[in-house]
Design a protein around this ligand. Structure first.
Ligand code: ACO
Ligand code: OAA
Length: 373
């Protein structure tokens, strides 16, 4: 069945132009500046994708080396930010930590002029893994970590800070692919939030802080954590089927399935699913992978709903020893590139975003005096 255009949620309506990304239009269904995401995930690294989105083209070798060196040099956190992170309790939601971390950095290293937007974005790109891991390791393990590592790549750097040791080649590769898959997705809710904020000529940190808030919800980025909570207790494939049937009978939303734009599949799923299978073999226990596949089959048979980017990310991250509550912050570390590129694009051709509303309230009336109400 084709979905009606228009209606609630601005679905099917164009809200502006972008040269950054197409969703559901060509190739596997997702392109970044004309490159198919599946090809990018196979042939390049996340830092190249970040460069592509933020600067317009893939870097040559010298540009990539310089970019990686620069990002590596920006991983340290100011003491004032560390002090703030140390105040945040262990049971805080890590997305709230990201939001506060971004906002605090905006106070300490404010974007004074739009000419600084590229520098400020690179700084956030380098600092986000440090922010989440500094807070996590301090609040959970009681240690103040050094946030600088020699890892060339952001994904490996994140795993290194989290686990206090450099990751295996396989885990570094999977993290890198994951960051590529999550980097950009046209006018999704969090990116649109960033663009609305940018359209008021606000600063970059405000745009990104708002976007983090939008990504946090379970209907958007928070779905990867919700998917993990769904599958973690499933004992086997039969249990997965029974659990989902019951949830569907209860009319529950199944997190990690469905999409606002894609109709039959999310092109990121096949890529991350493949890596989840490889990790399951390495891990030596494929229960989570198998129950995930059983969920995928059942959801298609029963509801014609398919896995979105988030579903197989749950097992993938779990196999790499990442705590569930850090899943969505990883999404932030990646999507920052898309958000910032959209902010740059909005600023380059700006008009304040201010749609109209259809009024459904009372007819005009006069105020009754307080004593008479
Ligand atoms: C990286 C990302 O952000 S990807 C998205 C992550 N979010 C999730 O995984 C949350 C679960 N999925 C959903 O809630 C939705 O599919 C969304 C929010 C992604 C898209 O929402 P919409 O565009 O409104 O969905 P859509 O119009 O395709 O829904 C059609 C029908 O399928 C149902 N449906 C859609 N997704 C699901 C789901 N995951 N589980 C159960 N039913 C669903 C809807 O309730 C709707 O039924 P209705 O017409 O009886 O109300
Ligand atoms: O496009 C959307 O609505 C949600 C999504 O998949 C993303 O932001 O990656």
């Amino acid at each position: 069945m084709t979905k009606p255009i228009g209606g609630a949620g601005l679905r099917g309506q164009s809200a502006g132009e972008t040269a950054l990304c197409t969703v559901g239009k060509s190739g596997s269904g997702l392109t970044y500046r004309g490159y198919d995401v599946a090809e990018l995930a196979e042939k390049v690294t996340f830092e190249e994708v970040a460069y592509l989105l933020l600067k317009g083209e893939l870097p040559n070798e010298a540009q990539l080396i310089a970019y990686r060196t620069k990002l590596k040099s920006m991983r340290g956190l100011p003491q004032a930010l560390k002090t703030v992170l140390e105040q945040i309790p262990a049971d805080a939601h890590p997305m709230d930590v990201m939001r506060t971390g971004c906002s605090m950095l905006g106070n300490l290293e404010t974007e004074a002029d739009f000419a600084e937007q590229g520098e400020k974005t690179d700084r956030l790109l380098a600092a986000f893994p440090s922010i989440i891991c500094y807070w996590y390791r301090y609040s959970h393990d009681g240690v103040r970590i050094h946030t600088e590592t020699e890892d060339e790549q952001i994904g490996a750097h994140f795993l290194h800070l989290l686990h206090d040791k450099a990751p295996s080649e396989l885990h570094a590769k999977v993290m890198d692919v994951s960051l590529i898959l999550y980097a950009e997705h046209e006018f999704n809710a969090s990116t649109f939030t960033a663009r609305v904020c940018a359209s008021t000529l606000s600063d970059l940190h405000s745009c990104v802080t708002g976007a983090i808030g939008s990504l946090r919800g379970p209907l958007h980025g928070g779905a990867n954590e919700a998917a993990m909570e769904l599958i973690q207790d499933m004992k086997d494939e039969a249990d997965a089927v029974a659990t989902l049937k019951q949830k569907l009978a209860n009319k529950d939303k199944i997190m990690g399935f469905g999409h606002a734009i894609y109709r039959e599949s999310d092109p990121r799923n096949v890529v991350i699913k493949g890596w989840s299978e490889k990790l399951a073999a390495e891990y030596g226990d494929d229960r989570l992978y198998k129950v995930s596949v059983a969920c995928e089959t059942l959801m298609w048979e029963e509801k014609k709903l398919f896995c979105n980017a988030d579903f197989f990310h749950a097992s993938t991250y779990h196999y790499m020893g990442i705590p569930t509550k850090l899943f969505t912050p990883i999404f932030v570390c990646s999507r920052l590139t898309g958000w910032a590129a959209h902010v740059f694009e909005q600023r380059a051709n700006n008009r304040i975003i201010r749609p109209s509303a259809d009024y459904t309230g009372p007819e005009p009336r006069t105020v009754t005096a307080l004593q008479e109400r």
